[in-house]
Design a protein around this ligand. Structure first.
Ligand SMILES: *Cc1c(COP(=O)(O)O)cnc(C)c1O
Length: 359
């Protein structure tokens, strides 16, 4: 091929790849809100959800006395759309987000948004904002935030009658910008969730009450809080927004079992990856604070980072240094991370139903 043809070909290919995409510096995006073009809205009135629609309006007008504003009747979800190696736009296990939001809604006496409707809303949202889905290899993803809230006036304490379900999308940057740095976390003096409370649902109320604890931890120089079980303060629960996963010194993957932690989809997926792809033993069981010193590796699991390694846990001045150290992920954590991100990005074959292609 002569040089001129080559250049034209490159030009066309580049055009094809960037033609649809927004002019965003994907690699340098942080985790913040950026207004995209379309969002999905559905309203619940007179005991039924309407058919829903896409809108360009990013604002919400509601009564000053709306249930969500007075008594925090709201639940949410978080998930990602991204471009695979083959160039498909996909979402990871949205069926589990749909089911979890139904569980969350029921616990706050809200009308569940049906699973098929949830998945349909996510599909419509991603399709409408296709230009905002970051390209493969950029490290960035399109974060999807479905949520619902009580919208009619509520002053006597009771559930609202009317609700709104919305889903918006915002591009977010690579979580580990400038390399993966293990975190230093503290065992918090605050509790996150009561036994028989709401720790197992994805509700804003669990986050509102964690804000003081996380600001305190940050002011003290820690990256995150490790919360213990509120009843005995002897067992590991989770952080404000991620589940724990540990690797024991004999190479077993363990994660805390508790009724007051949020069932992370990332953590559940990683446990399956550990068993089925890596041939490791993986167990969900109660984990005592006293066992921390015997762990080989520790990571935080969630949609945002998949796994963030923890290098050090501080318990009121006593440092527990994980053998994996402060400069890199531990070897098992790394394998788990590489395998799950490989599955997500289409480089490794996924278990059936994990990758939801947006056609
Ligand atoms: C969302 C969330 C997680 C992570 O769940 P994923 O489904 O993996 O994103 C963990 N803990 C809490 C408290 C959460 O709200």
């Amino acid at each position: 091929m002569i040089k001129g043809d080559d250049m034209i070909l490159n030009h066309i290919q580049e055009g094809m790849m960037t033609m649809d995409k927004k002019n965003v510096d994907w690699a340098n995006l942080g985790f913040g809100y950026m207004k995209t073009d379309y969002r999905y809205v559905s309203n619940y009135t007179n005991g039924a959800w309407d058919e829903g629609c896409m809108t360009e309006d990013d604002t919400i007008t509601m009564s000053e006395c709306a249930g969500v504003l007075q008594y925090a009747q709201t639940v949410f979800e978080g998930m990602k759309a991204y471009t695979t190696e083959k160039g498909q736009t996909v979402v990871f296990r949205p069926d589990l987000n749909a089911e979890r939001m139904i569980d969350s809604a029921k616990r706050l006496e809200m009308p569940p948004f049906p699973k098929e409707r949830f998945i349909d809303a996510v599909e419509k949202l991603v399709k409408a904002n296709e230009a905002w889905v970051p390209p493969y290899g950029s490290g960035a993803t399109l974060y999807i935030r479905p949520y619902m809230f009580g919208i009619n006036p509520v002053i006597g304490v009771k559930p609202a009658n009317d609700y709104q379900f919305r889903a918006f999308a915002t591009p977010v940057g690579p979580y580990f910008k400038g390399g993966i740095k293990p975190l230093t976390i503290k065992i918090s003096d605050f509790d996150r969730a009561a036994p028989h409370g709401t720790g197992h649902i994805k509700a804003g109320l669990n986050y509102a009450m964690s804000l003081h604890a996380i600001v305190t931890a940050h002011n003290e120089g820690f990256d995150e809080n490790m919360y213990l079980d509120a009843a005995t303060r002897t067992k590991v629960e989770e952080t404000g927004g991620a589940n724990f996963l540990f690797v024991t010194k004999d190479g077993k993957v363990v994660t805390p079992k508790s009724n007051s932690i949020l069932p992370s989809i990332t953590r559940r997926s990683l446990m399956q990856v550990a068993r089925e792809y890596l041939g490791l033993e993986a167990e969900e069981r109660e984990i005592y604070k006293d066992e921390l010193k015997d762990m080989a590796e520790c990571g935080l699991c969630g949609t945002a980072a998949v796994i963030s390694p923890v290098g050090k846990i501080v318990d009121h001045g006593t440092e527990i240094c994980l053998p994996s150290g402060m400069s890199e992920m531990g070897p098992v954590t790394k394998k788990l991370y590489d395998t799950l991100t490989g599955i997500q990005m289409g480089r490794i074959e996924a278990p059936k139903g994990w990758i939801h292609v947006i056609e």
